[in-house]
Design a binder for this molecule. Structure first.
Ligand SMILES: NC(=O)c1ccc[n+]([C@@H]2O[C@H](COP(=O)([O-])OP(=O)(O)OC[C@H]3O[C@@H](n4cnc5c(N)ncnc54)[C@H](OP(=O)(O)O)[C@@H]3O)[C@@H](O)[C@H]2O)c1
Length: 280
């Protein structure tokens, strides 16, 4: 922690990637309101860096190692070693598992998974030197279970889950704790980060089922949870000495789906989820 204080709470410096939109933006705002020093990164901040709306904005493209290195270096030069890193950047491309192109899969995995690893590579040496640090990785319910037409996104979130489990054990002896944030649907995501692949085209053998699944996804997001509540939960977790291993922040039906995924035979579970997304 830095030696600046606000009331009873020692102020912490937090780096957050993907802070221009959606849950990353809401989390950055809640952290700033709660007295954290927030260094917010996103590509769209490149043209107007600096103090804005209670946070310090820096351009960041997680797919570009030089941009990631610059983001962390400038943050450290101005605010000192950070106390925490949050990886909230994300990209969703809806398509049939069969119809994903290599490019689409590269875009999703590079943004959601490898982009987080690039950030971790830069901050871990700082955390190890300080013998403390907190890393929060945005997973999803899709990090635990699959949903039709989200194969690429689900693969990227499963990659984050597996990687985090290993990182947690390796980083703990250095005083670094790792938390997976697992949001259910929230009213936050922007359309520009939800791309549609070939299954959207009428000639696709998946076209009709794709449209039904997309319509359910759009409905669930538009009626989803309040993103500010998630931001507040993250602020509370960051104040603890050690992060929890997971924060599952979802409505009761989605929490039930996670539980049933553990308990039911996989073919029965898949039938239930397929029905929900209009596949049967
Ligand atoms: N919303 C939900 O219901 C929900 C549910 C489960 C999980 N999640 C997860 O929560 C996180 C936020 O999702 P969201 O839907 O709320 O937000 P979103 O509106 O989809 O915003 C995506 C954010 O990621 C940033 N981003 C994308 N590519 C980037 C890159 N190459 N480098 C740096 N930043 C990049 C975007 O900023 P720029 O374009 O400015 O770079 C933007 O700030 C994601 O990890 C998502 O998977 C969301």
């Amino acid at each position: 922690m830095t030696d600046r204080t606000k009331g009873q709470i020692a102020e912490m410096t937090v780096l957050i990637a993907g802070a221009s939109s959606g849950l990353g933006l809401h989390t950055a705002r809640q952290l700033s309101k709660a007295g954290f020093t927030v260094i917010a990164g996103a590509r769209s901040f490149r043209e107007h860096e600096g103090e804005d709306g209670g946070m310090y904005r820096l351009g960041l493209d997680v797919r570009d190692s030089a941009s990631v290195e610059r983001f962390v270096r400038l943050a450290v030069e101005r605010f000192g070693t950070p106390d925490a890193l949050i990886c909230a950047q994300g990209l969703l491309n809806l398509n049939a598992a069969e119809e994903y192109t290599d490019q689409e899969l590269n875009d999703i995995l590079d943004t959601n998974f490898i982009g987080s690893v690039r950030l971790i590579r830069q901050v871990m040496p700082l955390f190890r030197e300080k013998k403390q640090g907190k890393i929060i990785l945005f997973s999803s319910i899709n990090g635990i279970l699959g949903i039709p037409f989200q194969g690429g996104y689900t693969a990227s979130k499963h990659a984050i889950e597996g990687y985090a489990e290993c990182l947690r054990m390796e980083a703990e002896p250095f005083g670094v704790t790792v938390c997976l944030v697992t949001p259910g649907d929230h009213r936050s995501g922007q359309k520009q980060y939800r791309r549609h692949g070939a299954s959207e085209r009428p000639e696709s053998p998946y076209h009709q089922r794709f449209l039904r699944a997309v319509s359910q996804v759009e409905h669930d997001e538009s009626t989803g949870s309040d993103p500010d509540v998630l931001g507040k939960r993250i602020a509370r977790a960051l104040r603890k000495r050690r992060l929890p291993g997971r924060l599952l922040i979802a409505k009761s039906d989605q929490r039930l789906a996670v539980l049933l995924h553990k308990l039911l035979p996989i073919r029965l579970f898949s039938r239930i989820i397929s029905g929900y997304y209009g596949q049967r």
